[in-house]
Design a binder for this molecule. Structure first.
Ligand SMILES: Cc1cc2nc3c(=O)[nH]c(=O)nc-3n(C[C@H](O)[C@H](O)[C@H](O)COP(=O)(O)OP(=O)(O)OC[C@H]3O[C@@H](n4cnc5c(N)ncnc54)[C@H](O)[C@@H]3O)c2cc1C
Length: 489
């Protein structure tokens, strides 16, 4: 079904404020056709598939929303938005898009910061209608890709379960996170979010709906889709792992003035894995410089309690040590609470030129000293925060979720919430500098940031798997209709 209140300016004016049904796409002119258009029957008219159950909308408000994301930096206006309600709908739409020659991309929660889910002149598939939690088992859940991790937690926590690793912010769609990889504080125990998926259903770029794709069944598609940036398939459903969740977590914040001491203690912790949760930050020192804060957590169920002395043995923070307990459910929702605060000061809907990189362990100290600390400014971070923490790579199993070489890799993210939106261009330039310096030391980008990546940089990003990406594209998305906003091809 197709509703339309904005055809071209001419058609809109002619139609007044009344919605006009469009029935076909004119391949020659690249515009919608109404039943009244003589050309509907012409050779260039591609009728909209009548079997679409979800609404294909083209109204001004829907297009404007689909042309925006959490970054508020890039804006590409699609021709239509499909409010998909089923995998079959997505399959029909993609087959049609191939025939007509227009591009498509899925849109989960649109928390991308650089237009990754946008499609200039194409169709955005809004995944919010695929929002069913089908099954909650003892150690797994079967969920639609439009479901958010927060919705999963709402059902799984009362059952004493949670995904074994989550992103820090859980108001993201399952599909959106599985498309990028998903890093978080429990990575040192179980790998990334994509490493904790048993199987997926997908619609490939040529419109084939393929169910139960796993490491054992159609493993090439499983490998290609998880962390695959929407390049070969749209994920429509996933069977994800769940694990018992503790009642409480004890959080330890250890602050250092000295970068080398911070890095050394972080390495000790990542190597011995003594904490269930493990992250860290660069924090303002209050006088215009920066300190470093290890943030680790021990999950537990009373009456048992963590042994603080044993957990902190051998570590040497020279500033504060702060210890507190929280219900694990509250801890997992902590960034959602921060969202409310940021909304309160008007910074949730402003530009977010985030920088997201992976650093090699060998290069981390040099990079921190010579690049990060001389470059960072308090204005460039605003009300946001800076993450810098190591993780083990031996638990990573999904080839397309790319990280640099080495047993230990560092996540380095500047989650910018600047008070002054006029800084955006300067911060994008800073992101480029930070990336180039990181790359010179063997680092890579994590493709969730605001970085205008070149073709050569994508080739380097995929490294030895670039040919695999091309082969997957040829096989599963031969007309290259999927997810142009990533800027890969
Ligand atoms: C406040 C905040 C905190 C964050 N914290 C973390 C964190 O701790 N760790 C981390 O790893 N990331 C984090 N992110 C980044 C986040 O994981 C990614 O941006 C993620 O892709 C966003 O999910 P989404 O549902 O909003 O996806 P969208 O922005 O809607 O889509 C992202 C990309 O995936 C594609 N896509 C969407 N759905 C599908 C699908 N079903 N199948 C295939 N492709 C699809 C889109 O076309 C687009 O290219 C954070 C982002 C924000 C805004």
């Amino acid at each position: 079904m197709l509703e339309h209140t904005r055809l071209s300016r001419r058609k809109f004016l002619g139609a007044g404020a009344t919605a006009v049904a469009v029935v076909a796409w004119d391949v020659n002119t690249g515009s919608w056709l109404t039943a009244a258009d003589a050309a509907v029957t012409g050779p260039g008219a591609a009728p909209v598939p009548p079997q679409l159950a979800g609404k294909l909308v083209t109204d001004e408000a829907s297009l404007a929303a689909a042309a925006d994301d959490f970054g508020h930096i890039i804006s590409r206006v699609p021709q239509a938005v499909l409010n998909a309600t089923s995998a079959e709908d997505i399959s029909v739409l993609i087959k049609w898009a191939n025939k007509v020659g227009i591009k498509v991309a899925a849109r989960g929660q649109a928390h991308s910061v650089f237009g990754e889910g946008q499609v200039e002149g194409g169709v955005v598939i809004d995944m919010n209608g695929l929002n069913t939690i089908h099954e909650l088992g003892d150690d797994y859940a079967v969920v639609d890709a439009g479901v958010t991790w927060e919705q999963i937690l709402e059902q799984s926590i009362p059952a004493g379960l949670a995904p074994p690793v989550l992103t820090d912010y859980v108001r993201l769609s399952v599909g959106g996170v599985l498309a990028v990889g998903g890093i978080g504080g429990n990575m040192n125990q179980v790998g990334m979010v994509v490493d904790n998926v048993d199987s997926i259903d997908v619609v490939t770029g040529n419109g084939q709906l393929v169910r139960n794709v796993s490491a054992k069944r159609k493993s090439d598609l499983f490998d290609a889709a998880l962390g695959g940036l929407g390049q070969v398939a749209i994920i429509t459903k996933a069977r994800i792992r769940l694990a018992p969740v503790s009642a409480l977590v004890r959080i330890y914040e250890l602050t250092y003035s000295n970068a080398a001491a911070y890095l050394a203690d972080q390495r000790t912790l990542v190597t011995d894995g003594r904490f269930g949760y493990h992250e860290g930050q660069i924090v303002p020192d209050g006088v215009g410089g920066w300190n470093f804060k290890i943030e680790v957590g021990a999950y537990y169920n009373p009456p048992a309690a963590p042994d603080d002395d044993a957990l902190l043995a051998g570590l040497s923070p020279d500033l504060d040590t702060n210890i507190f307990d929280l219900p694990t459910a509250v801890w997992l929702g902590r960034v959602s609470a921060a969202e409310e605060a940021l909304r309160g000061i008007g910074l949730w809907d402003t530009p977010h030129p985030w920088s997201d990189l992976f650093l090699t362990d060998e290069g981390a100290e040099e990079y921190l000293t010579n690049t990060v600390l001389p470059t960072l400014t308090a204005d460039g971070v605003g009300a946001g925060l800076l993450l810098l923490y190591p993780f083990r790579t031996d638990l990573l199993t999904r080839p397309m979720a790319r990280v640099p070489e080495g047993e230990i890799v560092w996540a380095f993210d500047i989650l910018r919430f600047p008070f002054n939106p006029a800084l955006t261009d300067a911060l994008l330039a800073e992101n480029r500098l930070l990336f180039e310096e990181a790359a010179a030391l063997g680092g890579n980008f994590y493709p969730i940031g605001a970085l205008d990546t070149t073709s050569e940089e994508w080739v380097a990003y995929f490294g030895p798997l670039y040919d695999t990406l091309l082969a997957n594209k040829r096989r599963y998305d031969p007309d290259n209709v999927l997810t142009p906003g990533q800027g890969i091809s």
